[in-house]
Each structure stands twice: as C-alpha cells, then as structure tokens.
Ligand binder design. Structure first.
Ligand code: NCD
Length: 312
C-alpha cells in the first residue's frame, strides 16, 4: 500500500489488515513496550493547512512509538503565507528527507493531487481534505466499534451492526469516510441531518437517511455518532438557528435514555458540548469518545507501518 487517501477505495481485505495491525500494536503497547524500532530511519511530516488537535498529535504519537523521525509544518509563519504552492512546499519537505507526508488541507482532493501529481515520491496519508474524506478517523471509529461489540476484535466484521451518524453530514469528511468503511465492513448506516445539511445525491450512497433524529433513536441503533456543526465550512445562509438545531438534532440526556442499554455514543471531536451533544451524555458510561482518541494512535501506527511495506 503506497498511500492512504480514502476509505471509498479501501478493499475489505486492506481494511481488515489495517484494523488487525492496529490491534497488534495496541496489544504490544499494553504489554509495556510502548516504543518499537519498526520505523527507525523513516521520516514522517505533518503538513497541516488546517487546525487540528487529535489528528496531528496522534500521528506524532504513532510515529514516535514506531521510532520514526517527525517534522511538523506550521502553516502560520511559513512561506505558504507568502504564496508558496502546495507543490513547492511538498517538494521542499521531501528534499529535507520526508518519506511519509500526512496532509490536512481545506481543499477536497488535495491529498490525492499530491499522491498522483508526480511532484513527490513520498507516501501520502490524507488527514482530512475539505469535506471529502478522513480515512484514519473512520478506521479508528471502526476499531472502536469492533472492540466494543466483539470479544475478539481481530478479524471481526461489523455485520449486523446499525450505526446512526447525526449532524452536519454535508460538510463532514468524517461522515463520508465512515459511510464507505463501515458499510464495507458490513454495518448498516443511517444518516440524520436537517435538509440543509444532508448532501445532495445521498440516495446514491449505500445508506439510509432521515431528517428525524427521534425516529433514528427509536430504531434502537447500536451506535450513535454525533458530528460537530462546521460553521467554518458554511457559506452565508446555510445556517439554521442554534436553538432549532439543538431542539431537533442534539443528543440530549432524554434522547440518550431511549437508546438500548448496550448502545454506544461516539464523537470524532472537537465537541460543542450543549450543542450537538449534552455534556452529561458525552461523559456518560455509554460514551466511547476517549476510546476513539486512544485507538487513533494505534490506527495511525498501523497506517504508517503498512505504507512502509508492512515489513517486520
Ligand atoms: C474532524 C475533522 O477535522 O475532520 N475532527 C477530527 O479529525 N477528529 C471533525 C471536525 O472538525 O468536526
């Protein structure tokens, strides 16, 4: 595997390899060897043109645990503000020794362009491109679901699991990547959003969709994934009032109480507590939000490892 750009083109086989490798790394870390020599001599660059907390830090942690060298690129204060192009920036980083470039960029397709342009030879990982995809987020979500619903996660699919994804679907690369990965793994996915935040053409996606969160809650899903309203990606006019949003689309304590006992609540972060999710629900027993963060490190270790050929 040379690049990790999307989950849409990830086969079941590749997805299972990545997830199983992530489980292996987690097992090793739990066995008190947090650091492995696996990627000694390999340099990973975090090339982030957008803000991030979890994703950037967990790629750093993953690289560290595999003994890779890390360079972090800060757009602010870099020559990008002088108009340097993506091509020149990436070529500069590669000339300094980058083997793997982890890129987050506001433009959909940026990672794919970098991978296929011939500008650089590095392996490319898409850490979020506009409203398009965020494959490692979906992998860590799938890992979290496997662990929660299978005694032995290794090799397991998500067949029969029902997952409801709620919120700003139209702007969400997390939703897109999850739709493709979770359905590849056999789960059934229902998207919930107000009309203005439901993507056009959703009929062609392998999912069910509804405008009613209450209906989705009462269908008794195994997992409910809440998304942030991405005001920074909205033009004028798309906004619905926060009051209406909270009334109809927030996972309140009352709604969470109607879920089956075994259902879990997920959120990729950053959360707007009190908007899409009530604080008490985010901190409740059924929340697996911190498991998602924890699994993010293992999944990114697996991605880095597989991109380097998966050798011992
Ligand atoms: C998300 C992102 O940036 O795509 N966060 C993340 O990576 N965990 C979702 C968001 O910004 O709301």
């Amino acid at each position: 595997m040379k690049h990790l750009l999307s989950t849409r083109d990830l086969t079941l086989d590749k997805a299972l390899t990545l997830l199983d490798t992530a489980e292996e790394f987690q097992a090793v870390a739990n066995r008190q060897v947090p650091k492995l020599p696996t990627l000694r001599g390999v340099t990973m660059v975090n090339l982030f043109f957008e803000d991030s907390t979890r994703t950037r830090l967990s790629f750093e942690a993953a690289a560290q645990r595999l003994s890779a060298d890390i360079m972090t690129f800060q757009v602010q204060g870099s020559s990008v503000s002088k108009g340097e192009s993506l091509k020149d920036t990436a070529q500069t980083l590669e000339a300094m020794g980058a083997d793997i470039i982890v890129i987050r960029h506001p433009a959909a397709g940026a990672a794919t362009t970098l991978a296929h342009s011939g500008w650089v030879h590095s392996s490319i990982i898409n850490a979020g491109d506009g409203a398009h995809e965020h494959p490692t987020q979906a992998l860590l979500d799938a890992m979290t679901l496997r662990q929660r619903f299978h005694q032995e996660p290794r090799g397991a699919l998500l067949t029969g699991l029902s997952v409801v994804i709620v919120g700003d679907i139209v702007h969400s690369r997390v939703a897109r990547s999850n739709v493709f990965l979770l359905t590849t793994l056999g789960a059934s996915v229902t998207l919930v959003a107000p009309p203005a935040l439901m993507p056009q053409g959703v009929e062609d996606w392998p999912v069910a969709h509804t405008h009613s969160l209450d209906e989705a809650i009462d269908s008794g899903p195994d997992a409910v994934m809440m998304l942030r309203v991405q005001r920074e990606r909205m033009g004028d006019g798309a906004l619905i009032s926060q009051k209406d949003y909270v009334r109809n689309y927030s996972l309140t304590a009352g709604r969470a109480a109607r879920l089956p006992k075994s259902s879990v609540v997920m959120h990729p972060g950053p959360m707007n507590r009190g908007v899409e999710i009530a604080s008490s629900v985010a901190d409740s027993e059924r929340s697996v939000i911190l498991d998602q963060v924890r699994n993010g490190v293992s999944v990114r270790m697996a991605a880095l490892y597989e991109l380097r050929g998966g050798e011992a």
